[in-house]
Ligand binder design. Structure first.
Ligand code: UDP
Ligand code: MG
Length: 343
């Protein structure tokens, strides 16, 4: 069997307590496989703790480690993108630093990749989740699957193996507002799901609060189609229809029984109701315009402050013959391995 070059991408934000443990666990899991060549791609997403120092130590001790440290906290989506752009493997696994994604699954995932799958999705059960969180997630998935054009699987997060084909497909989508769960589902390819038991976070704490999860859910609903705008049109048309019917009834009533004193309650209720509806619809339109605004700026998704071979800062500016790819300064061909042409 030919050797597989496997890249493991790990976004890290304030994970000093976990990265080293994760590194040991992943290398041990891969060491079982004699025909896999491992590359660890860590992305420090502007951590404020000792994460970067830990990554420098790992890179100094282990030649299979490369790391990219972003200039500030850009969010997990940007950190994952940075990692995917750096990964050079035939297959790439994305996993969290907090050991919630068990490295012991890696050999099985690689075996499935060898069988020809382009996406191996690790799906967790909801063991140990709080009831409220579980109910909220369930309703989110039900709503989202009814609503948007791509299928999202409850419990399937970002822990997955992607073949080079799938990685290149994800990287070919340059959008600024990235909703990876949707992007991964959108690209398709031969996909298989492996189930595993939910693990709780070993150290540190989750960055998700109910508020951020709610915003994330909202992003998911708006990111994949323009159905909310359709709904606004249909809502508006239905209300107009109701108003026309009501108007006909009022006119008929006035003609048959003479002029009545106008109903104060009806007027107030319709003014408030319609006002609220118009604000909500404007909000939806505003969300889409906001997205267009961000897309048109074409800013890089992230900026790089340091990597293991550009150790310590190097100013991010274009020297002659140099290009900046996805925020990463790239020296002219020959000095560094080729980078994908994605910004
Ligand atoms: N993460 C990141 N940038 C952020 C927030 C999180 O790179 O702004 C990383 C974090 O270090 C971890 C992964 O994304 O490796 C998942 O984060 P977390 O554990 O907070 O999310 P949860 O597991 O609760 O979904
Ligand atoms: Mg976690």
């Amino acid at each position: 069997m030919t050797d597989v070059r496997l890249s493991v991408v790990v976004p890290c934000y304030n994970e000093e307590a976990s990265v080293e443990r994760l590194h040991v666990a992943v290398t041990a899991a891969i060491a079982e496989l004699s025909d896999v060549d491992l590359e660890m791609v860590y992305v420090d997403d502007g951590s404020a703790d000792g994460t970067l120092a830990a990554l420098r130590r790992l890179a100094a001790a282990d030649p299979s480690v490369c790391y990219t440290s972003l200039s500030r906290n850009f969010g997990k989506e940007a950190a994952m993108l940075a990692g995917l752009e750096r990964a050079s493997g035939d297959a790439v696994v994305i996993m969290d630093a907090d050991l919630q994604h068990p490295p012991r699954l890696l050999p099985h995932m690689v075996a499935l990749y060898r069988q020809g799958f382009d996406q191996v999705i690790a799906r967790r059960d909801r063991h140990g989740d709080r009831l409220l969180r579980m109910l909220a997630s369930r309703s989110f998935y039900r709503l989202v699957n009814w609503w948007i054009d791509v299928r999202l699987l409850d419990g399937a997060g970002d822990f997955r193996l992607l073949s080079r084909l799938a990685v290149d497909a994800v990287l070919a989508m340059p959008e600024y507002n990235r909703f990876s769960k949707g992007l991964f589902s959108w690209i398709g390819f031969r996909t298989v799901v492996v189930a595993h038991r939910n693990e709780s976070r070993r150290a540190g704490r989750s960055r998700w609060t109910f508020g951020t999860l709610f915003n994330y859910a909202f992003d998911g609903l708006l990111s994949f189609n323009n159905r909310p705008l359709r709904l606004a049109i249909y809502g508006g048309l239905s209300l107009t229809l109701i108003a026309v019917v009501y108007m006909a009834w009022v006119v008929a009533d006035a003609v048959s029984k003479g002029i009545d004193v106008p109903g104060y309650t009806t007027i107030i209720v319709s003014v408030i109701g319609l006002g609220g509806l118009q604000m909500a619809i404007l909000g939806v339109i505003g969300e889409y315009i906001g997205r267009i605004y961000y897309e048109t700026k074409r800013r890089p998704h992230y900026l790089v402050q340091e990597t293991e071979d550009l150790s310590r800062q190097r100013p991010l500016r274009r020297a002659a013959g140099e290009s900046v790819v996805g925020g990463l300064p790239v020296a002219p061909a020959g000095d560094t391995p080729a980078q994908p042409e994605i910004g």
